[in-house]
Design a protein around this ligand. Structure first.
Ligand SMILES: [Zn+2]
Length: 193
């Protein structure tokens, strides 16, 4: 029996989130700790679309989670948790979240998933003077003499700065060591090598 058939049997051929019986498919979480049948569930096209395209979400549709958040299927709990968290400004989802039960392990996984989602959406790219993307650990050279704030040090043009790190919330700044001193450098004054 295929996974999909197995899950259709489990769900009685209904969407495991909202109970819809039409346009069903299999929804699978990647990297999920556990069995394939725990990591997947049957979903209808309405739920799926709203899950994958946040701008199409109709909050009231998700009142179905009132029931389905009590599912014993981890992937359904996870989805309920994520959806309720996304919608919590509506008020009622927060109430459901407060009541919801999840194993610690699953809750930790849910949180890690949400964090990576957030990181993706606010990802900032650091670029050098030529527009090349700079990553943590790269080596750059200075394209101009820089006076280091708070010291008499001048970092000369052409000085290599090895193993730089990125200033996380500011795409215009990186950090690196010049003459043994950790300094903040503007990305527009460096060139990746
Ligand atoms: Zn559904």
């Amino acid at each position: 029996m295929s996974l999909e058939q197995e899950l259709l049997e489990r769900s009685d051929a209904t969407c495991e989130l909202c109970g819809n019986t039409e346009n069903l498919s299999l929804y699978e979480f990647q990297d999920f700790p556990g069995e394939a049948s725990e990591a997947s569930f049957i979903i209808c096209s309405v739920c799926k679309e709203q899950l994958e395209e946040p701008e199409k979400v109709i909050p009231n549709h998700w009142r179905c989670l009132n029931d389905s958040m009590w599912s014993t299927v981890p992937a359904v709990q996870l989805t309920a948790y994520q959806m309720l968290t996304r919608l919590k400004s509506e008020g009622w989802p927060q109430d459901l979240l407060d009541m919801m039960y999840m194993e610690d392990e699953l809750r930790a996984f849910a949180k890690s998933q949400m964090i990576s989602e957030e990181n993706r959406s606010v990802e900032v790219q650091h670029k050098d003077c030529n527009g090349a993307i700079i990553e943590s650990g790269d080596t750059v050279v200075l394209t101009k003499d820089l006076n280091v704030k708070g010291s008499s040090l001048t970092a000369k043009r052409g000085t290599p700065v090895r193993r730089i790190s990125l200033v996380h919330d500011n795409p215009e700044q990186i950090e690196g060591k010049v003459d043994g001193q950790q300094i903040v450098i503007l990305t527009k004054f460096v060139k990746k090598v």
